[in-house]
Write a protein that binds this ligand. Structure first.
Ligand SMILES: Cc1cc2nc3c(=O)[nH]c(=O)nc-3n(C[C@H](O)[C@H](O)[C@H](O)COP(=O)(O)O)c2cc1C
Length: 212
């Protein structure tokens, strides 16, 4: 088996699980790798405009299910991660990030002046554009999480079918600078989930990937 075969197999094996086996739990070492997929996700300027909430409380899961078109994945999955995006981008946050670069890489703060101006330029866009920008970053983290899980043979279902306002209320986010964008349920497919046998529906590769 080459790595290409392994990755191809994982990509084909992954599907959006509708029915999880509620009796199966992701083990600690796999979960640690999945956390790292979120932690190490790339983002524009490296700004990491997100918070990820792992919901373990059963009562809260039940409440979130009601706010997610009653989708059973919310309650039955081993782990359930709510992906939130930062609503604003202020100078304090940007400087906290730049301070982190200085701390981690040991660089001179003044060497980051040009970079700081670039980020500030981006942050000066209208608030709607900022929110759209931060939310796009969150979807990159979602993709990283889904792909990493597939390689570990851990099932997932991304969920956008939810009420962001209800999630924010239930997770006490309303008065914070973060808002719910989407969620990912992770665990193991139930053998009764008929979608595991469904063929993948994609337009022809040639019609979406072009060479010039
Ligand atoms: C951002 C996003 C949101 C999604 N939301 C839901 C959802 O709320 N419920 C659900 O069952 N599937 C959801 N899906 C799964 C898609 O329907 C699924 O990925 C698509 O039909 C392709 O099928 P596959 O992932 O099984 O290959 C979502 C997928 C993405 C990427």
């Amino acid at each position: 088996m080459t790595i290409n075969t392994d990755v191809q197999t994982a990509l084909e094996w992954r599907y959006a699980v509708k029915q999880f086996d509620a009796s199966k739990t992701i083990d600690a070492s796999d979960w640690n790798t999945l956390e790292n997929a979120l932690h190490l996700s790339p983002s524009s300027f490296g700004i990491q405009p997100w918070q990820f909430i792992v919901v373990q409380d059963k009562t809260l899961r039940t409440q979130l299910r009601a706010a997610s078109w009653n989708q059973s994945q919310v309650e039955d999955a081993s782990h359930f991660v709510v992906l939130t995006a930062k609503k604003t981008m202020d100078v304090q946050y940007i400087d906290a990030y730049l301070n982190r670069i200085v701390e981690v890489r040991g660089v001179d703060p003044s060497s980051l002046d040009g970079y700081r101006n670039m980020i500030l330029g981006k942050a000066s866009q209208p608030s709607q554009a900022i929110e759209s920008w931060t939310q796009r970053q969150v979807y990159i983290a979602m993709g990283m999480l889904l792909a990493t899980a597939a390689m570990l043979k851990i099932d997932t279902c991304p969920l956008e079918g939810l009420s962001s306002a209800d999630y924010d209320r239930l997770l006490n986010l309303t008065d914070t600078d973060y808002t719910t964008v989407a969620a990912v349920a992770l665990g193991y497919r139930d053998i009764a989930d008929k979608y595991s046998l469904a063929k993948k529906v994609r337009f022809d590769k040639e019609s979406i990937i072009h060479y010039r």
